[in-house]
Design a protein around this ligand. Sequence first.
Ligand SMILES: [Zn+2]
Length: 101
Amino acid sequence: MISCQTELICLHCGDVTPHTIFYASLYIKRTMCNQCSFTLEKPVTKLMQQYVHNIPARAWSLTYRLKIEALSHPILFTLSLPKRVAHKPFELTREFVEVCL
Ligand SMILES: [Zn+2]
C-alpha cells in the first residue's frame, strides 16, 4: 500500500500535525495523525463504489491513449502489446485487492 506524509488538521489534537495518508489504488483509504494516531478510514464499500464507478472512464482513457500511441509509434506499440495484455489482468486484480482489504 502506498503512503505519503502531509500536514492536516487532526480532529483529535485540534491542531495542524503531520499525518500519513494511505492509498488503495488511486484512492485515499486512511489518514492517520502521526502525533496521536487518530485514524480516519474510508469504508470498503465506499472505496469499492468509487473504484467501480471510475472503471468505465479509465477504460475509455486507456483506449484513447492506446490509439494515440498506436498511430504515433506503431512498431513499438505492437511490440509492447503482448506484455501489456498479459500484465493488465494482474494490475486490475492487485488494485481490486488493495481496495477490498
Ligand atoms: Zn492527532
